[in-house]
Design a protein around this ligand. Sequence first.
Ligand SMILES: Nc1nc2c(ncn2[C@@H]2O[C@H](COP(=O)(O)OP(=O)(O)O)[C@@H](O)[C@H]2O)c(=O)[nH]1
Ligand SMILES: [Mg+2]
Length: 231
Amino acid sequence: MVLPAHNESSFLRRTVGELAGGLGGAGRPFELLVVENGSTDDTLAVAEALAAEEPSVRVLSLPEADYGGALRTGLLDSRGDVVVTFDVDYYDLAFLDQAVALLSGPGAPAIVVGSKRASGSRDERPWARRLVTAVFSLMLRGGFGLGVSDTHGMKALRRDAVEPVARSCRFGADLFDTELILRAERAGLAVVELPVVVQERRPSRTPIARRAARTVLGLARLRATLWRERT
Ligand SMILES: Nc1nc2c(ncn2[C@@H]2O[C@H](COP(=O)(O)OP(=O)(O)O)[C@@H](O)[C@H]2O)c(=O)[nH]1
Ligand SMILES: [Mg+2]
């Protein structure tokens, strides 16, 4: 499992405890890879203390704050056949169980996305965040032909199938996982989605206007890059 962490000193211990407890109880071998970068609090010290206490926890630390960079590094550095990515404040062991079951069966897809917009999902975030997600998803469907209804948030994937795609991704920050899903679909990999219940354990730390602006600019850059590659 990959857990990107940035300024999470107050949440990390509880999340890692819950995840390690849940996964340990299920009796499957697992590794919990915390990928910290650019924190200005003692997240790294907390992560290292957790790794010292708990053999299943491993820590990577990079100098610059970059959510997508952390996800990509963690994914490429993971050792398991199946890699699950969770946020420190947004995770769900029921999703993990369902996704791992899907990825282990015959004819398994390459990626399972926990979609906030799938039918059967329940998104309990404030309306403004849900609106941004809805617009983002429409732009991805219309402008990129995205097959699934969401790209952010919880995911599970088969590492051998997805690794080459992850290596080819160029964008960091909050574009990496969108780029990953788009490139995976383009490469002909099967990407499926599961409905989720979205209950974040704290309000978003990014102001909504800044996020919306960054998202639109980012999508324009991503669109241009993917177009250039096509010709
Ligand atoms: N490594 C790393 N993780 C990050 C960074 N920014 C956010 N995260 C992690 O990404 C997850 C989601 O971040 P959060 O601030 O809750 O984002 P939001 O819910 O989208 O506003 C959490 O696990 C954060 O610790 C970053 O720059 N680097
Ligand atoms: Mg959050």
